[in-house]
Design a protein around this ligand. Structure first.
Ligand code: FES
Length: 138
């Protein structure tokens, strides 16, 4: 094998081994994510909720869920009560209709949006309903 044949052989080999990597790098990164309908899940009873106007479920498939009856509209609201600043558990303030974090004072509206820093990310919210005696979230 002379020098020219050797260089041709090496360059063809290099292209052949790089081709799958190049194809993978150029392929679309899009995923075909289709949102799956989520099941309603039971987080407690309406008697537990009515006892003091709120219900904290600690072991749901989405983690902790706090369900409260708001005095403003008497509607139900369900949130993940972990403060998005540093993870303390927020408390519902019925007199002001907001969630307040006891650690650094972040405040969140009924819909989970931040209304006072230091948190900058809203609380995760869930749909909530009463079905018979069950409190269900989705
Ligand atoms: S952990 Fe809630 S404000 Fe810091």
């Amino acid at each position: 094998m002379n020098r020219r044949n050797f260089l041709n052989w090496v360059s063809v080999g290099t292209i052949a081994t790089s081709l799958p990597i190049a194809i993978a790098a150029c392929s679309s990164k899009e995923t075909t994510h289709t949102p799956q309908p989520q099941e309603w899940q039971n987080v407690g009873t309406s008697n537990q909720l009515n006892a003091n106007g709120k219900l904290l479920a600690k072991n749901t498939s989405v983690g902790e869920v706090l369900v409260v009856k708001t005095s403003l509209t008497n509607n139900l609201v369900a949130v993940n009560p972990r403060c998005t600043h540093a993870g303390c558990t927020v408390e519902w303030k019925n007199d002001t209709n907001k969630f307040v974090c006891p650690c650094h004072g972040s405040e969140f509206a009924i819909d989970g949006k931040v209304i006072a820093a230091p948190a900058t990310t809203p609380l995760k919210t869930y749909a909530v309903k009463i079905d018979g005696d069950a409190v269900l979230i989705q």
